[in-house]
Write a protein that binds this ligand. Structure first.
Ligand code: NAD
Length: 309
């Protein structure tokens, strides 16, 4: 379906606010709600209409978009806070949050049970992509639902991939980020090893970026300053893609791997390392900043402290 839509947008945080703004900019009517009043007020300044509750927003809309922290928030809203019950039958629910695959499937089931249609459509691209309208969406759900959502996803992003049935978007998201978490650790370990062998960052970069070590973690988000001037390493690892978000995504991948009996030793190790980093030095750093922790731990070990403390 084309044309102007009435969209309920629930969750106007770092990602949701700019996404809602872009929908307003494209001429859609957006009715917003967030638990935090200052965020709702900010969205109103950008042309979003304020609703008194999430259910009120959904009641007036023909599409409901959620951009929330985790699965429990999505399921809580859908069921306990009456979002599904308030909407008109057949309303399309698009959840763009990054949540557990099982929760995403639960959300699809709850929506279908209430006579609604649903799509899981998590994103990649971060706040910068949300602001620029250049996100990548990975969608799970029916063909018809994806086809209907495409015009809206095109306003908020540059690419939308239909990955399969319910939960497939979330599955693609956590698999991709498991690759990213592991490859950032590999690149970071290689730089620290190179340092100990007297190899300059630039020399290792010049070789690996044009050889078989080439990957996004090296060529775009290089963890050491110098070779890639735009990478967060050049600004003291300010995010970028914050380490706690990487830890969250790797945690989702690890629990899915465990639940499925999948042999994913590197993914589980990456989840463990990022959980520790995100709780400590990486709390407000880009995920590439883990190179600093690896370097410090290596120095401690070399100095004779095997615990690296
Ligand atoms: P955020 O915490 O800034 O925003 C979430 C918002 O949801 C908050 O403003 C919160 O008040 C609101 N909220 C929570 N429960 C609510 C409820 N019941 N009713 C109404 N509002 C409610 O988080 P974010 O950075 O915008 O991320 C949102 C989602 O996008 C997360 O799942 C995250 O993993 C994912 N994501 C984030 C990024 C990023 O770079 N920030 C990148 C990709 C994916």
């Amino acid at each position: 379906m084309n044309g102007t839509r009435t969209i309920a947008f629930i969750g106007l945080g770092h990602m949701g606010a700019p996404m809602a703004r872009n929908l307003v900019g494209a001429g859609h009517r957006v009715i917003g709600y967030d638990l935090l009043p200052p965020l709702l007020a900010g969205a109103v300044e950008a042309g979003v209409e304020a609703a008194g509750s999430a259910a009120d927003a959904a009641a007036a809309a023909d599409v409901v978009i959620t951009m929330l922290p985790a699965g429990r928030h999505v399921l809580g809203l859908y069921k306990d806070e009456g979002l599904l019950a308030a909407a008109r039958p057949g309303t399309l629910f698009i959840d763009c949050s990054t949540i557990d695959v099982a929760d995403a499937r639960g959300a699809h089931e709850a929506a279908a049970g209430a006579g609604m249609r649903a799509l899981d459509a998590p994103v990649s691209g971060g706040v910068v992509g949300a602001e620029a309208g250049t996100l990548t969406f990975m969608a799970g759900g029916g063909e018809a639902e994806f086809a209907e959502a495409e015009a809206l996803l095109a306003v908020m992003g540059k690419k939308a991939v239909h990955c399969g049935g319910p939960g497939a978007g979330q599955a693609a998201k956590i698999c991709n980020n498991m690759i990213l978490g592991i490859s950032m650790l590999a690149v970071s370990e290689a730089f620290v090893l190179g340092e100990s062998l007297g190899l300059s960052h630039q020399a290792l970069f010049d070789v690996a970026s044009t050889a078989s070590g080439q990957c996004w973690a090296l060529t775009v988000n290089c963890p050491v300053p110098g070779p890639v001037p735009a990478s967060p390493a050049n600004r003291d690892h300010r995010p970028g893609f914050a380490a706690p978000l990487m830890a969250k995504d790797l945690g989702l991948a690890a629990s899915a791997a465990r639940a499925g009996g999948v042999q994913a030793e590197l993914g589980l190790k990456a989840a463990e390392l990022y959980a520790a980093y995100a709780e400590g030095a990486g709390k407000d750093r880009d995920f590439s900043g883990i190179v600093t922790t690896l370097r410090e731990q290596s120095a401690s070990t070399a100095a004779g402290d095997p615990g690296g403390a």
